[in-house]
Every structure is written in structure tokens, then in C-alpha cells.
Design a protein around this ligand. Structure first.
Ligand code: TRP
Length: 445
């Protein structure tokens, strides 16, 4: 993506942004944190975060990108030279590394489960199987390597065609398959308890931790807070409607997360799996459900294949942020840059994987290295990035420039612009700061 017009029109850019947003965040991370933080109450706060912070910040990122016509780092250098705003771009690079380290591990698990489905090697005690796989062998590292190598190959060959076509055909397929799984899940014996868990908020379960995690999950799932959507914004043509695109991306992303929740919690409850089973939740629940579907193996194969592809399209959007920085700012050639970045990701990722498995000593602050990377990226780096992006667009970038980005090719509704500025100037930044401060006041880590 070295030239700035690499996507073919509106559908291309929506497909690419949706491809980035939809991934393991929706199907793996959402159910696992939602289960850990109390179900319905978490879902409600999550939806609020998507509407009140996610949407305006996505629009803000698109506006910065389209105005500056460049990657996040260069965008701030161009728009505010001699001011340290470009550090948002630098922080984004760090966040991308941190996310990729555990993302590639989970991407590897997905590939492993795809291969298991193909070879029909899935019966028995799924929780135990997952544990054995993660904790007792080097196998996860091999799959993690395969996951990174696949993403690497796509980034090196240039992304456009791959992302576009995969999102156009495969994301709707993933949606369809998830719908089928939802139907199966809610018709299992004892499923209603899971539906109630997901859909009926139990307000006594709201804690500052659950609010922080719901906020972090919104940033993570929508690919916000680290400049990814700034770069995509730079590819959006002037005659396109940014609000429409942001709405489509956030809508599709939220729909997939919701469906993943409906596919997983009823089945988990029916199978006697605790919703707070942690990062393995999806990988122990779904195989159990596939066993109860006629032709389960076919479904299972398709599902884990589609999920692997969704994970890869997200991973390349992260990899691309780092690689384009190396190419455009450090003037390293694309091939060696991609190779170098992938290698670093693999090294960091190895530590993540091993910390869940054979070297549990790899921990800090009472959290495994894996959890630490997961927690610090979503709950710290991304919201901090989002906070500064909101402040930048709300208070620093000239209002008429932002208004121009919003109205050009889009809504010319005065009320809408006022609403946007209200959210981006006050609601989003204040909410992020309040959540952070409340969490700090509860001083234990
Ligand atoms: N949103 C992706 C997912 O849900 C992950 C992702 C891709 C991401 N690019 C990002 C997260 C940029 C944060 C920032 O799986």
C-alpha cells in the first residue's frame, strides 16, 4: 500500500476496514472477557462504549487520515509540525507489536483447530485437550509461526487484492455460519441460562474493572487508538461519506461480536462450561457444540478456516502499520522490513505462548506475559491513543477542517456535526479519563 489510492472505491475501503475490525477480537476475545466480567452488564457497557467513544473516534481517525493523506505518524507531523503529536503514531507502532505478540498465538490456535477439524480429531474432553495443547508442547509455537508466515506473505506481496476479495466473500460467509451456530446453540438443552447470562444485565456485577475492559474491548474490536484507521482514512476518496463508512464498519463488527456471544454462551452453559473459563472459552465450547451437530466436522472445518482468515486480515492490518512506518519513514525496503518485523513479532510472540504453556514463570505483576500483553494493549495503550486522538480532533485540529471531512461526500446536517463535536470534545475524552482515574484509585493491579 505504498501509493495512496490502492482501494477500488467505497466497497474496497469498507471491505478493508471491516476486514481489519472483524477478527479474533469479536469471536475469541469478546466472549472470553464478556464471560469473565459478568455477561449482560458487560455487553451493555460495551455497546455504550462503541456508540459514545468508538464511532466518534473512528470518524476522527478517518478525518485525520483523509486530511493528511498519510500514515498516522506522518499525518501528525504534517498537520502539527514541531509539536509532539506524532508520538501517537509512535505509540501505535508499539501497540501493534504488543497486540501481534498474543494475537499471533491465538491465530495459531485457530489454525490448529482448523487442522484438527479436517482430520476429525476432536472428540473427548475439550477442556483437557485445549489445556494439553497449550500447556504441554511446542506445537502452539509452530502454528504461531505458520500464522505469522501467512500474514507476512500477504503483506509482502502488497495487500489490496487479498484483503478486498477475502472480505467481500468470506466475511459474509462467516456471518452466515455464525448465524447457523447461533441457532444450534440456542436450541441446545439448557441453553436459556446462557442467553439470560448474555442478555440480561446484572447491574451488581458492574465494577470499574468491567467498565475498563468493556472500553478496551471496544477499542480493540474496532481497531482504534493506534492509527490503523488513520491509515485507512487516507485511502478514502474525497467523495465518500466517512460517517456512512464508519457506521458500516462499527455495525458489522458489533453484529459479529453479538452473534459470537449468542453462539457461545448458551452452548457453554448447556455443556457445563463456565463462562469465565478465560482465553480458551471459544476453543472448548465450540468443539463441544460441533459434536452435537450432524455434519459437525464440516461446520467445524469451515468455521475455523473462516476464523483463521478473519484473524489474518486483522493481523495484516497491524503488520502493515509497522511495515509502512519502516518503509515510508525509515526508508527500509518493503521485503526486508516485513521480514524483520515478522521476526520480532515471532520472538515476542514466543514469550507470550510459552508463558501460557511450558514456562509459566514468564509472568509479571501476577499476570502471565500473555495476559499482560493482552491487558496492557487493550486496556491501556489503545484507550490512551484514543484519548489523544479525540483531544486532537476535538480541540487542536481546526474545526472547519474536521467539519469539511465530515460533510464532504456526506451528511450536511448541522445537528449531526454538533453531536459529533460534543462526543469527541467532551464525552469520549472525559469518559476515558474518568475510567482510568477510577481504576487507579482502586490501587491494586
Ligand atoms: N480489531 C481486530 C480484531 O477484532 C484486531 C485489530 C486489527 C486491531 N487491527 C487493530 C486492534 C488495530 C487494535 C488496533 O480482531
Amino acid at each position: 500500500m505504498s501509493s495512496r489510492d490502492s482501494f477500488s472505491g467505497r466497497f474496497g475501503i469498507i471491505a478493508a476496514a471491516v476486514g481489519s475490525a472483524i477478527g479474533l477480537g469479536n469471536v475469541w476475545r469478546f466472549p472470553y472477557v464478556c464471560g469473565e466480567y459478568g455477561g449482560g452488564a458487560f455487553l451493555l457497557i460495551y455497546l455504550l462504549c462503541v456508540v459514545l467513544m468508538g464511532l466518534p473516534i473512528m470518524l476522527a481517525e478517518f478525518s485525520i487520515g483523509r486530511r493528511a493523506q498519510s500514515n498516522a505518524y506522518r499525518a501528525f507531523r504534517k498537520l502539527s509540525p514541531a509539536k509532539p503529536w506524532y508520538l501517537i503514531g509512535v505509540m501505535g507502532i508499539v501497540a501493534a507489536f504488543v497486540i501481534l505478540s498474543f494475537y499471533s498465538a491465538v491465530g495459531g490456535w485457530t489454525i490448529e483447530y482448523f487442522i484438527r477439524s479436517v482430520s476429525d480429531n476432536m472428540s473427548g474432553d475439550h477442556a483437557q485437550q485445549f489445556k494439553n495443547f497449550i500447556a504441554t508442547s511446542y506445537l502452539p509455537l509452530i502454528y504461531q509461526f505458520i500464522f505469522i508466515a501467512l500474514s507476512f506473505a500477504i503483506v509482502m506481496l502488497g495487500v489490496k487484492k487479498g484483503i478486498e476479495s477475502s472480505s467481500k466473500i468470506l466475511m459474509p460467509l462467516l456471518l452466515l455460519l455464525l448465524l447457523i451456530l447461533c441457532i444450534r446453540s440456542v436450541t441446545m438443552d439448557g441453553a436459556s441460562e446462557g442467553l439470560i447470562f448474555l442478555l440480561k444485565p446484572d447491574f451488581s456485577k458492574i465494577t470499574i474493572d468491567s467498565v475498563l475492559c468493556a472500553m478496551g474491548q471496544a477499542f480493540f474490536s474496532l481497531s482504534l487508538g493506534m492509527g490503523c484507521m488513520i491509515t485507512y482514512g487516507s485511502y478514502i476518496k474525497r467523495n465518500e461519506n466517512l460517517t456512512y463508512i464508519a457506521g458500516m464498519v462499527a455495525g458489522a463488527d458489533t453484529l459479529i461480536a453479538l452473534l459470537a456471544g449468542i453462539a457461545i454462551f448458551p452452548a457453554a452453559m448447556a455443556l457445563g462450561i463456565q463462562p469465565d473459563s478465560g482465553p480458551g472459552l471459544v476453543f472448548i465450547t465450540l468443539p463441544g457444540m460441533f459434536e452435537q451437530i450432524t455434519g459437525g466436522m464440516v461446520f467445524s472445518t469451515c468455521f475455523f478456516l473462516l476464523l483463521s482468515i478473519a484473524a489474518i486480515t486483522s493481523a495484516i492490518s497491524l503488520l502493515e502499520v509497522i511495515v509502512s512506518f519502516c518503509v515510508e519513514e525509515l526508508h527500509i525496503k518493503r521485503k526486508p522490513a516485513t521480514l524483520l518485523v515478522s521476526l520480532c513479532v515471532f520472538l515476542l510472540g514466543t514469550i507470550c505462548s510459552l508463558s501460557l504453556g511450558i514456562i509459566p514463570e514468564l509472568s509479571l505483576f501476577g499476570k502471565s506475559f500473555f495476559d499482560l500483553m493482552d491487558f496492557s494493549s487493550s486496556n491501556l495503550l489503545l484507550p490512551i491513543g484514543g484519548l489523544f486522538i479525540a483531544i486532537y480532533v476535538g480541540w487542536i485540529m481546526k474545526k472547519r477542517f474536521t467539519a469539511r471531512e465530515l460533510t464532504e461526500g456526506g451528511v450536511k446536517n448541522y445537528l449531526f456535526i454538533r453531536l459529533f463535536f460534543f462526543l469527541i470534545r467532551y464525552i469520549a475524552p472525559i469518559a476515558i479519563i474518568v475510567v482510568f482515574i477510577s481504576r487507579l484509585l482502586r490501587s491494586d493491579l
